[in-house]
Write a protein that binds this ligand. Structure first.
Ligand code: AMP
Ligand code: ZN
Length: 111
């Protein structure tokens, strides 16, 4: 499968890695929209949050546990976790990912 985030998780494409364990990898977004803009993904291919189920949700628990650790280190005044899912939400890479945004005030509601 030609998936750019699978390639990042296998180190076939270079990325600026922030954190990694056996199930997940967190790296800097190529086009940051905030001073801190990381993406955290499962190493296995899951297309989007709409494909989470009881068989693969262990990775989700790990992702959120790792987000807490990453935020402790990098996000001192709060942060936002976003997962765009599907066309209307603007998902552009079809490998589930969670944006971690921090380092400035973030508007609400999002556009
Ligand atoms: P989304 O639009 O929610 O699917 O987010 C996809 C994100 O992936 C965008 O913020 C892109 O800037 C980012 N992105 C795409 N390719 C790469 C890459 N090779 N390395 C890091 N981030 C990337
Ligand atoms: Zn993938």
């Amino acid at each position: 499968m030609d998936c750019i985030f699978c390639k990042i998780s296998k180190k076939e494409i270079k990325s600026e890695i922030i954190f990694e364990d056996d199930l997940t990898i967190c790296f800097k977004d190529l086009n940051p929209v905030a001073p801190i803009h990381f993406l955290i993904i499962p190493k296995i291919h899951i297309a989007s949050t709409s494909e989470i189920n009881e068989k693969n949700s262990d990775v989700l628990a790990r992702i959120f546990g790792n987000i807490s650790k990453i935020a402790l280190k990098f996000c001192h005044n709060g942060y936002r976790v976003v997962s765009n899912t599907g066309v209307n939400a603007g998902q552009s890479v079809m490998h589930m990912h969670f944006h971690i945004l921090a380092g400035r005030e973030l508007d609400w509601p999002p556009g």
